[in-house]
Write a protein that binds this ligand. Structure first.
Ligand SMILES: NC(=O)c1ccc[n+]([C@@H]2O[C@H](COP(=O)([O-])OP(=O)(O)OC[C@H]3O[C@@H](n4cnc5c(N)ncnc54)[C@H](O)[C@@H]3O)[C@@H](O)[C@H]2O)c1
Length: 319
C-alpha cells in the first residue's frame, strides 16, 4: 500500500517523540502511533528547540524543521499534530486551521481558558475543520465496554462515586471529567469544594462534586507534588468498577451474600484486568485513518473537547 497522508508533529517533547521509542511495545507517542500505521508518512517535527527536534527526527527517522513554514516548503502536509505545551495550543490550532490540511490532531486541553476555546469554536465551525483531540481514554475500548454495560442495564442504576486526580482541573482534571462523561453521561451540575495549585499557577486542582443523571461523583484534588494519581471508584446497584493506575487497569466487583453477617449483601472482587490504554495512541491514529477513509466517526472531536473544557472552566470559576 502506498503511503498516503503526510504528517508533521509540532512539539518534539515527551508525547510527541520521547515517551517511547521505535522498539517499545507500548505506543505512547504521536511519532510511534503514526509510524505504526502504513496509511501515514511521518515527514518530521517542528520544534523551537533545535537539539530536541533533531534528536526526535533521528529517533523516528524523519526531518527536523525550525518552523511550520520550513515544514511546508516543498511538502504537502495532510495532518498536523499539536504536541506543544497547553498554553500554545490556541496559537497552533488557529495556524493549523489556516493551513488547509485534511485533519488536525491536537493534545488536550484545547486551550487554557474558555474564552480562547470559544474563539476557536467560531473558526472551527466556519471552516468545517476536522480536529481530533487526544483525550486518550476515548480511544480505549474497555471504557466503552463499561459505558455499554451501564447503558444496557447490566449494572443497574449508578449510585455514587469518588475519584482522585492532580496537575490542574484543565490540564489533567479534564481527562477525568471527559472520561466520567463518556461512562456516566452529561455532567448536569458541578460544585467546586476547594482548590490547590500543585502544578500551574493558573490551573488549580479542584476538589469537586459532579452530578450526573443518576448519582454523583466526588473528585478529590490529589497534590501531584507528592505523587501522581488518577483513579475513579464507581458504585452501581449491581456492580462496582474501580478505574486504577491512570486507567491502565480496572477492578470489578459483584454482589454476594456477606460471608460474615447473615442476611447482608457485600462486594467481592471478581475481575482485574489491564486495559488497552498503552495502545491508545495507535488506536487514535487508526481512528484518524479510518475517518479520513470515510469508515469511522471521530472518537474525540473538537466539540467533545470543547464541552469538557466548558465544564472544567465552570469548576475552576467555582472556587
Ligand atoms: N493525552 C495525554 O494523555 C497527554 C500526556 C502527556 C502530555 N499531553 C499533552 O501534550 C502536550 C505536550 O506535553 P509534553 O509532556 O510532551 O511536553 P514537553 O515539554 O515534553 O514537549 C513540548 C515540546 O514543545 C516544544 N515547544 C515549546 N514551544 C514551542 C513552540 N513555540 N513551537 C514549537 N515547539 C515548541 C518544546 O521545545 C518541547 O520539545 C501538553 O499539552 C500536554 O497536556 C497529553
Amino acid at each position: 500500500m502506498s503511503l498516503k497522508y503526510n504528517v508533521v508533529i509540532i512539539g518534539a517533547g515527551n508525547i510527541g517523540a520521547f515517551f517511547d521509542n521505535p522498539r517499545s511495545e507500548d505506543i505512547l507517542t504521536h511519532a510511534h502511533g503514526f509510524s505504526m500505521d502504513e496509511r501515514f508518512n511521518l515527514l518530521g517535527f517542528v520544534d523551537i528547540n533545535k537539539e530536541k527536534g533533531q534528536k526526535a527526527a533521528e529517533l523516528w527517522g524523519c526531518n527536523y524543521y525550525g518552523s511550520i513554514d520550513g515544514a511546508k516548503a516543498g511538502n504537502k502536509i495532510d495532518i498536523v499534530c499539536i504536541a506543544v505545551p497547553d498554553e500554545l495550543h490556541f496559537e497552533y490550532l488557529k495556524k493549523a486551521m489556516d493551513m488547509d490540511v485534511k485533519l488536525i490532531f491536537c493534545e488536550k486541553p484545547i486551550t487554557k481558558n474558555l474564552k480562547d476555546a470559544e474563539k476557536l469554536l467560531e473558526i472551527y465551525s466556519s471552516k468545517n475543520a476536522k480536529i481530533v483531540v487526544n483525550y486518550s481514554r476515548r480511544f480505549v475500548d474497555e471504557f466503552y465496554g463499561i459505558k455499554n454495560d451501564y447503558n444496557g442495564g447490566k449494572y443497574g442504576k449508578f449510585l455514587t462515586g469518588t475519584g482522585y486526580y492532580g496537575k490542574g482541573i484543565m490540564h489533567n482534571g479534564s481527562h477525568m471529567v471527559d472520561l466520567l462523561g463518556v461512562i456516566l453521561g452529561e455532567v448536569k451540575e458541578n460544585k467546586a469544594l476547594s482548590g490547590t495549585n500543585d502544578f500551574y499557577a493558573d490551573d488549580p486542582t479542584v476538589s469537586v462534586y459532579l452530578k450526573f443523571d443518576e448519582g454523583g461523583v466526588i473528585l478529590s484534588a490529589a497534590d501531584c507534588r507528592a505523587y501522581t494519581v488518577f483513579e475513579a471508584d464507581l458504585l452501581f446497584e449491581k456492580k462496582r468498577i474501580k478505574i486504577l493506575n491512570s486507567g491502565f487497569s480496572i477492578e470489578s466487583y459483584d454482589i454476594v451474600d456477606s460471608p460474615i453477617f447473615k442476611g447482608y449483601k457485600s462486594l467481592e472482587q471478581t475481575g482485574l484486568f489491564d486495559t488497552s490504554l498503552k495502545m491508545a495512541m495507535m488506536n487514535a491514529v487508526r481512528n484518524i485513518g479510518n475517518h479520513l477513509e470515510g469508515n469511522e466517526e471521530i472518537k474525540c472531536s473538537f466539540f467533545d473537547a470543547y464541552k469538557t473544557l466548558k465544564i472544567c472552566s465552570s469548576i475552576r470559576k467555582g472556587i
